[in-house]
Design a protein around this ligand. Sequence first.
Ligand code: AHG
Ligand code: MN
Ligand code: MN
Length: 345
Amino acid sequence: MFSPRLFKRDIVTLPEFILDRQKDFPYAKGDLTTLLNDIGVAAKIVSREVRKAGLVNILGEMGTENVQGERQKKLDVFADQQFIAALRQGGVACGVASEEQDEFIAFEDQLYVGRPYVVAIDPLDGSSNIDVNVSIGTIFSIYRITDSNRTARLEDFLQPGRELVAAGYVIYGSSTMLVFTTGRGVNGFTLDPSIGEFCLSHDNIRIPETGPYYSINEGNLRDCGQGIQDFIGWCKGEDGGTALSGRYIGSLVADFHRNLIKGGIYLYPATTKAPLGKLRLLYECNPLAFIVEQAGGMASDGHRPIMDYQPRELHQRVPLFIGSPRLVQKAMDCILAEADPTLKL
Ligand code: AHG
Ligand code: MN
Ligand code: MN
């Protein structure tokens, strides 16, 4: 006898999920659906190359530098090309700004008029971990432009994080995952290599209020302000409290993802060598801030929310404190107490 239950499937793929939620998206005309799917396809291609990186000639350096004077790896360049090509071909984005490109790229062909979005991207995050088989990632942000009858302009990319329409990341870890938000919670999808699809695995992710981990490059601690040093002391239980565990991979996506799931704080503060920290507002901080806030967490520069920044330039850097709200608040309290010792906690 016919039983509908026999036909029930217990997996939900990324395209199915996006289509199902399309009605929830702002400006639901299907463009954002297409764009997220395009990013998903590019992520699968990059994931495939990451998986066989040790087998083919794709490890190591290109012998070139990006605009920030950082050595480019072959995978940096490959990922950059894949995402830009997917966005150009996809027909929905009119421009892209990439951490690996000096200037933003406007898709200027006449055909590209009527494309309502721009994308900012860190195509390969955690480059120093590529050659040593440690998790790396991709981070993306999607903004809407004011008038889709033109191509992308600089001002389209310099919108505050509060204007983000969607943001997400891909982590190429022991499995490949895509995590994103469109402003209605955060969902995670794991790539099932046997069917080549991202499948919903982490429904409505919520970050714990507090957590067991603090993540910082402690090699820099001497070069940080007293407030940061006090906070790390507190994390280590130096005031008699329970010590947290230190965890630092050196790939922001991977450190962030762990703390999002388990609870914790990631910080890349200002140092004497890097007075604005190292991380980039557009490509790294804003998208992860949007995700963490949507999951119930906080993202701050130590004083104010990351999402409130009015960006001034594409490759702008900003200090970052991100993760479980109680831990981020504690870090901010320590910074405040440094400025005003009467507040010493
Ligand atoms: P990218 O590989 O995109 O340049 O980003 C590297 C970033 C980030 O992923 C990581 O958290 C941080 O740099 C690590 O920096 P340190 O080596 O200074 O700790
Ligand atoms: Mn990065
Ligand atoms: Mn990068």
